[in-house]
Design a protein around this ligand. Structure first.
Ligand SMILES: Cc1cc2nc3c(=O)[nH]c(=O)nc-3n(C[C@H](O)[C@H](O)[C@H](O)COP(=O)(O)OP(=O)(O)OC[C@H]3O[C@@H](n4cnc5c(N)ncnc54)[C@H](O)[C@@H]3O)c2cc1C
Length: 405
């Protein structure tokens, strides 16, 4: 037995360039649609113009929903409802990719809309109970309560009685979701947001972990490694979890609000919480995933960065972690980096896609974030675009060969 294992060829490295695997779930028509979407995003002028026209279109109630569903929305979202996005998740599951249904509608600022969002996320948890391909649920705290109240709490201000009530409501909603996830045996991700109220989100996440992460990882907090003190915060969160006897669930990301963070710090004259450069963010992201894997932390590695994904694969192998267990999940956004998600899943790793959904007009802020992320100079649309073009060519050649043969 031992001899057999020693002589076994080591598993080849995962090839994220395997486009046949990456796009196996896409028909030719879908691939051409993707090519069109990324060709638009690839051009910053066209992309900015598209965003502006879409905003005007919705404001004037023009019938642009159909166009959106055929383009940006259709590409980056699973659908408008839980039923539609569950179908998208089922399609991913055929290729070994699991999903979390992400209700991507931002709260409209009043208690009634926060209640509605909470009720909708509860439905995603209920749905997940019966679908093995939906092991996680997810929420953003700003969808569940007034962020101004969180800002005041973090700033140490005394809350008015109305604010105190709003804060209690928020905490109750967070607990309701974490408790439902615990009861149904579903994991739940708490997304990270802006630093000026993130401490409040962290506190709620840790309180929930203390209640529900005794025997297994149910609640996961998010760590934005673009913040220069985040690696230390991750380590101390683990020390606290150990001392209090619960398991730490950690989703690591680089972080989505860099410009906003820098602008506010400059404007208000405090130290910028963001790392001095991209290399420092990359270094801490990689040290962070290594720390989690070495220290038995339940990890969700949320990244489209190929080097970081390769590193996590190497660490899983090095530390003898069962890749089919739920200890380490790779996670990407729906419609992005399929070459990473599908190739990892094909090699037996646990992969999670965030599948955003919601009414087209209400998911616009999410879509605008994706558009600007993809069309920024450092964005990845040109890489996605090149891959799609290559796959279109590969399929063409494959067809010619089979016709000739
Ligand atoms: C599954 C999933 C869940 C996510 N959840 C969250 C969340 O809860 N909260 C959140 O904020 N984001 C979240 N994100 C978004 C995530 O933060 C961005 O996708 C991510 O920043 C892009 O980084 P990357 O790891 O894919 O790789 P890359 O493309 O290699 O990195 C780009 C990132 O590096 C950082 N960076 C770029 N330039 C600099 C610089 N000059 N100095 C310092 N840092 C720099 C920025 O964070 C930038 O976004 C999530 C992403 C995924 C895939």
């Amino acid at each position: 037995m031992h001899l057999y294992l020693r002589n076994m060829p080591s598993e080849p490295n995962i090839n994220f360039e395997n486009l046949k695997v990456a796009f196996a779930s896409k028909s030719d028509a879908e691939l051409h649609k993707m090519k069109f979407v990324f060709s638009m995003l690839n051009n910053k002028f066209v992309s900015d113009l598209g965003i502006a026209l879409t905003k005007i279109g919705f404001a004037l109630h023009l019938p642009i929903k159909g166009i959106m569903k055929q383009t940006m929305f259709g590409h980056f979202c699973g659908g408008e409802t839980i039923a539609e996005s569950t179908e998208a998740a089922k399609k991913l599951a055929e290729f070994g990719v699991e999903s979390t249904l992400d209700y991507s509608v931002e709260g409209e600022g009043d208690e009634a809309s926060f209640d509605l969002t909470c009720a909708e996320i509860l439905k995603t948890i209920e749905k997940a109970e019966y679908q093995t391909s939906l092991p996680f649920s997810v929420f953003k705290v700003t969808g569940l309560g007034d962020y101004q109240v969180m800002i005041n709490v973090q700033a140490g201000k005394v809350l008015s009685s109305e604010e105190a009530l709003a804060f209690d409501n928020l905490k109750n909603r967070v607990n309701k979701l974490c408790n439902a996830a615990f009861q149904k045996g579903i994991k739940i991700l708490v997304d990270a947001e802006e630093s000026w109220f993130q401490d409040v989100i962290d506190a709620m996440a840790y309180e929930s972990m203390e209640k529900y992460n005794r025997d297994s990882c149910i609640v996961y907090n998010t760590y934005q490694m673009y913040r220069h003190e985040m690696l230390e915060r991750l380590k101390s969160a683990n020390e606290v979890a150990k001392s209090k006897g619960y398991l730490l669930g950690a989703k690591l990301v680089r972080g989505a609000y860099m410009e906003k963070e820098t602008d506010r710090a400059e404007e208000m004259g405090y130290e910028n919480p963001i790392q001095p450069n991209k290399a420092a963010t990359d270094r801490d992201y990689n040290l962070g995933v290594e720390y989690c894997i070495k220290n038995g932390i339940c990890l969700v590695s949320g990244s489209h960065n190929e080097k970081s994904n390769h590193l996590v694969v190497d660490l899983i192998k090095k530390h003898g972690i069962d890749k089919a267990s739920d200890r380490v999940y790779f996670a990407q956004l729906y419609g992005m980096s399929d070459n990473i998600s599908f190739n990892l899943a094909k090699s037996g790793y646990k992969v999670l896609k965030y599948v955003p959904y919601g009414p087209v007009e209400k998911v616009m802020p999410y879509l605008i974030r994706r558009a600007s992320e993809n069309s920024s100079v450092a964005g990845q649309s040109s890489r996605e675009y090149e891959m799609i073009k290559k796959e279109v060519e590969r399929r063409k050649k494959e067809r010619l060969m089979s016709d000739a043969g």
